[in-house]
Write a protein that binds this ligand. Sequence first.
Ligand code: GLN
Length: 544
Amino acid sequence: MSSGKCRYIFITGGVVSSLGKGITAASIALLLRQRGYRVTLQKLDPYLNIDPGTMSPYQHGEVYVTDDGTETDLDLGHYERFAGVSCNRNSNYTAGKIYSAVLARERKGGYLGKTVQVIPHVTDEIKKAILSQAAEGIDIAITEVGGTAGDIEGLPFLEALRELGLDLGRENVLYIHLTLIPYLSASRELKTKPSQQSASILRNIGIIPDILICRTERSLEEEHFRKLSLFCNVPLEAVVEEKNVENSIYEVPVELAEQKLDELILDRLGLPRRDLDLADWKDMLERAVKPSGPVVRIGVTGKYMGLRDAYKSIFEAITHGAIACDTSLEIRGIESEDLEEGDTTQLEGLDGILVPGGFGYRGIEGKLMAVRYARENDIPFLGICLGMQCAVIETARHIAGLEGANSSEFAPDSPHPVIHLMEDQKNVTEKGGTMRLGLYPCALEEDSLARSVFGAALVSERHRHRYEFNNDYRDRLREAGLVCSGVSPDGSLVEIVERPDHRWFVACQFHPEFTSTPLRPNPLFRAFIQAARDRKLEISSATE
Ligand code: GLN
C-alpha cells in the first residue's frame, strides 16, 4: 500500500567515519518496511572514482555487486541484507559519476553559454541522482552520504540535501545526523563536544538535523541528552542513543525500535504509525545470538585477512549459514601467504574451508594449499570465484598430473592454462566496469550436489570476473574427479565444479555471498555450514 507522495530521509555522519551509518540506514529501512512502507536506499560517496570497482581493498574494503552488475560500496550489502531492498545503478553515486555526467553534458553543449559551476550544476546533478531512486509506489527514499560533515569533497552533497529541503517542502524531508559520543577512560566521561561541533558544521551549510542519533559505547545520561539537544538545536525527544550491540549487527534494528526511532521518523514525516512486524527478524536473531548447535570452525584464506571489510559479504553469508543451521560459529581468517612455507597448522581443527574471490598472484600458492588440505582431509570446501579457479588448478596439478597448470592471470605462459581469459574480455582495454558483472543464469546438472543444494534446475547469481574455466580441460579434469555441475544455459561457461568423491566440495565462479540475507541465506552457504556441522558432530561422536 503506497501512501502517495515520496518522502526523503537524508543521513549524514559526524565526528568520525566508520560509525556504522550504513547499518543504521539499513536498520531504519527495515523498520519502516516492517511497518508496511515501501522503501529504497541509496549511498552517495563524495570521492572522485566513478565507482569503487578499481579500488584496492585497502582503500575501500569489499566491492559489492548488484543484480544489474554495478560495482558499489559495501554499504549496499547491508541495505540488501537488512532491508531486503534490491539495489541497482541508481543506488550508489560517487562525486566522479556526478562530475562525469556534468562534464559530458557540457561537451554536448548542454549548458551552452553558461559557466558550469558546482552550484547549481553539480548540485542539480546530485539532486537528480537522489530523486532517481523514487520509483512509482515508493513511500520513503533514504539517502546516506558517505564521509563526515566537514569533508571538503562532501560539501556539494550537503548543499544538495539542503536545497532539496526547499524544493520538496520541508515537511517531506527528514535530516538525520549520526554522530559519535566518545568515552574518555582517563576522565571516565562521555563527551558531547565533537557532536556539537559537527552539528554546527551542518548549521553553517543550512541544515539543522531533525534527529540526532548518537553512537556510544555507554548509555547516555539525562544531562547528555539535554546538552546535545540544546547545542545541536534538536528537540530533546529527537536525540536518540545507539549503543554498540553485543552479539550481532542484526540486533541494531531491534535496539533502534526499542528507542522508538521508527515512530519518531514516521511522526516527523506525518505518516501513520502502522504496526511493526519484527517476528521473523527476532526469530532469526534468537538463533544468531543463542544458537543451540556446536561451534563450527570455518577457515577463510585470503590475502587481506587483517581487513575484515575486504570480505564483508563472505563473513556475513557464513553467519547466515550458521543462523540457518542454528549452530555457533568461529571464523578463522588465515593469511594465505602464511601457508606458503608449508606449515598447515592454521588449517588444523577446521570444520570447513572457504577460499574467497580475489585478484593477482600474491597468496595464490597458499590458497592452493588450503584447497589441497580440504580435499585430502575430506573437509567441507567452498570455493568462490578465484576460489573456484584455485580448486581447478589444484586438481589439475595434483591429480590430473598437468604440471605447471595455472591461470593465465598469474602465468601467461603456463603449459596448461586451465583457467584463461574469457573470449569477450580479450579486446577489453579499460579497467573500470568491464568485467563480466552482475546476474547470469546457471543450469545445474541433474543428480549433482549443486542441484540438490539449490533444489532447482536453473539459478541466477552475481558475477565479477574476467577469467574462466578453460573448456579444453573439462574431460581431463572430470577424469580427475572434478565434475562441472553448473554451466551457463548454452553450456559454454563453467559456473560450478564439485567433487563427488568428497563429502562436500563445491566451488562456483559466481559470488553467492552477494545474494545471501539473514532471513534467506544463499543455499550454498547454508549447505556448506550444514556439511561442516555434520562432520563436526560425526567426529565428536566417534571420539567420545
Ligand atoms: N581474478 C579472477 C578473475 O578475474 C577472479 C575474480 C574474483 O574472484 N572476483 O577471473
